[in-house]
Write a new protein. Sequence first.
Length: 240
Amino acid sequence: MVNPFIQLVKHLSNSLGGITSLNQTNPGKVAYLRNLERELQSRDVLDIPFDELPVVVFDLETTGFFPYTGDRILSIGAVKMIGTKIIESETFYSLIYCDSLLSEEVKELTGITQEMVEKAPSLRDVLKDFYRFIKSDVLVAHHAIHEQQFMRHATWLALRKSFQHRIVDTSFLTKIAYKEKQLVTLDECCKYYGITITQRHHALQDAMATALLWKENINEIQKMGYYSLKDVYIHLAKQG
């Protein structure tokens, strides 16, 4: 019989994968990526208490919803946390080069202009910097399937390696803590908690708002008697 807990972990979080050499002519980069893979494989974050869990909360702004049909990442924003503490001095933000014409809808929604992305660093350079920033920490995002799909596609496209980091979705904690509230979007969740988003659809500002949401969710989950990701996953497995 298949262990339902193992099935759930595989479903809710990104499993670790093998690594493909980034560049055989650059042993320094290859060595860094291999060390990162070993660290990721050796860490078992499920048992780390929420109060001690280091995470990187991140957000992507994109041209659409479908990376495998041509949509692109326009910017990445992220902030580090330990437990419920947001480390405001540890943030990451970058625009990403894009030679495709942006739609008026995307420009209006994100505030990102054609000139901005045409002067931005390449996807390859931004991803290398982003991986150095996050190291082996767990990633957190709201409705993380969007971020996961784009990171998988972009990481392979730009670096020729598989995306290995675990991503935890804030929404599944919200569903446990406030199941009856039917909170779905980031706007709905932030409104409920009284979280102000300084600039909506700006990757760093959305990441900061998501970090505050993660903080509130952790506080609520702990009140309910869940002290680690493993506790939460086991609860969900029992719920079927």
